[in-house]
Design a protein around this ligand. Structure first.
Ligand SMILES: NC(=[NH2+])NCCC[C@H](N)C(=O)O
Length: 318
């Protein structure tokens, strides 16, 4: 090969043959990157990330040491988890497993807490407790493998758990500031979203609660489910301003309400709900919501339900 005298005009130096990258990152989800992202909590669910629990749940022998409620029978929990994954597949949802490198941490299966998806990729969570610190590394590996960009890692002392954030509409996200997502974390998320022209409404969480997910869920473009007296006033008003009817859970035992609130929205007025909470299920059905039910008596001993177990990677977009 002969060496040219000048490189001027060759493609590497911007000459003929240089092909500039003109698509935005958003447009590259589905081309350069995998198809992913959400801008609502209610459009048809297409892809999720789950972690099939294993021997790490033996740590529930001392439940309070690992933020759980009771001792878990691992094979039973695995069967329930398999049924959950199957229910997703039966409803046309693609399931990816975290499949961690090495032994999992006890709460690894609560994938919703470890990510929050945007139309440009994932915001990786930074869990607030030492018990859960590092779970996000496994999710980061899997996101990279699937081909989903991570647009933000929390920095400094910021903590953020994905179950504290939700899309109100395509231009607005609400973030719950409390024990899991601190002010610093909420503000970092708001900065990242602002770079996408998305506004963030930061609301305060009542003391003694876990995530925003525990007080607000969406069943359709115009139907939100809230927890009486737990859901911040400003948030209920923001929902109504956007045309949502806000329905409040009938006051049952706190345990039943917690369980029945933690559903996953499969699409408009269609939810995946834990079996056995008939009164609240009938309440949802009376609002035209179709309920697919799966039992989870064992899994919920780890202090979370289907909503917490499900890392939402993609929904259809508007
Ligand atoms: N989004 C949720 N509600 N997640 C439940 C997480 C439960 C887990 N044991 C924890 O304390 O972190």
């Amino acid at each position: 090969m002969s060496i040219r005298k000048s490189t001027f005009g060759t493609s590497a130096y911007g000459g003929a043959g240089w092909s500039p990258r003109t698509d935005s990152l958003r447009a590259e989800l589905g081309t350069v990157w995998a198809e992913a992202g959400i801008d609502s909590e209610w459009r048809r669910l297409t892809t999720v990330m789950l972690h099939r629990p294993g021997a790490e749940l033996d740590a529930s022998r001392d439940p309070n040491a690992v933020q759980m409620l009771d001792v878990i029978d691992v094979p039973k929990a695995q069967d329930e988890h398999d049924a959950l994954a199957q229910a997703f597949r039966d409803n046309g949802v693609v399931v990816h497993y975290v499949d961690p490198a090495g032994p999992a941490r006890p709460n690894q299966m609560f994938c919703a807490d470890l990510m929050f998806l945007t139309p440009e990729g994932a915001i990786l969570a930074r869990p607030a407790s030492t018990v859960r610190a590092g779970e996000e590394r496994q999710v980061a590996r899997r996101l990279a493998d699937i081909g989903i960009p991570i647009v933000k890692y929390l920095q400094g002392h910021g903590t953020f758990e994905g179950a504290d954030a939700m899309w109100l509409d395509a231009d607005t996200v609400v973030v719950g500031n409390g024990m899991r997502t601190n002010r610093d974390g909420a503000e970092q998320v708001a900065v990242t979203l602002a770079e996408m022209d998305v506004e963030t409404l930061i609301v305060d969480m009542p003391y003694g609660t876990m995530h925003l997910m525990g007080m607000l869920r969406f069943a359709d473009k115009d139907l939100a489910v809230a927890w009486p007296r737990r859901t911040p006033h400003a948030l209920v008003l923001a929902l109504r301003e956007r045309g949502y009817e806000v329905i409040f859970l009938p006051e049952d035992s706190e345990y039943e309400m917690n369980r029945a609130m933690n559903f996953v929205t499969l699409g408009p007025r269609k939810i995946l709900l834990e079996a056995g909470y008939d009164a609240i299920q009938r309440f949802y059905e009376s609002h035209g919501v179709d309920c697919v039910t799966v039992p989870a008596k064992e899994l919920v001993k780890a202090a979370g339900g289907f909503g917490c177990l499900t890392g939402v990677l993609a929904r259809e977009r508007g």
